[in-house]
Design a protein. Structure first.
Length: 119
């Protein structure tokens, strides 16, 4: 199963972007699908994720601003809706599929998509 992230771009502070993570097969090939980001000079961090049962989790820094959802009709895409963007949200965003939201050697990663928030 392959993952492909898209939707990044340049946006002003307070703006919105929606990222997509498309899977080559069903999103239910994974128990957990997560969004991660890595800012310059920083470690990759979990932004949030969705578990196969539909529950979602978010990092404190994005709660109330970001929303993760999935395409339940086509079952092949997970979305990250990002609102009220801040300059500190600038990073390369990745999606990951795996058995958990923890990073393991057995995970499947999509390529990153760059989000730049200008002040």
């Amino acid at each position: 199963v392959q993952l492909q992230a898209s939707g990044g771009g340049l946006v002003q502070t307070g703006g919105s972007l929606r990222l997509s993570c498309a899977t080559s097969e069903s999103i239910f090939s994974f128990v957990a699908l997560g969004w991660y980001r890595q800012a310059p000079g920083k470690q990759r961090e979990l932004v949030g994720g969705i578990i196969s049962g539909g529950s979602t989790v978010y990092a404190d820094s994005v709660k109330g601003r970001f929303t993760i959802s999935r395409d339940n009709a086509k079952k092949n895409t997970v979305f990250l809706q990002m609102n009220s963007l801040k300059p500190e949200d600038t990073a390369v965003y990745y999606c990951k599929g795996g058995a958990t939201l923890r990073v393991t050697p057995y995970d499947t990663w999509g390529q990153g998509t760059l989000v730049t928030v200008s002040s």
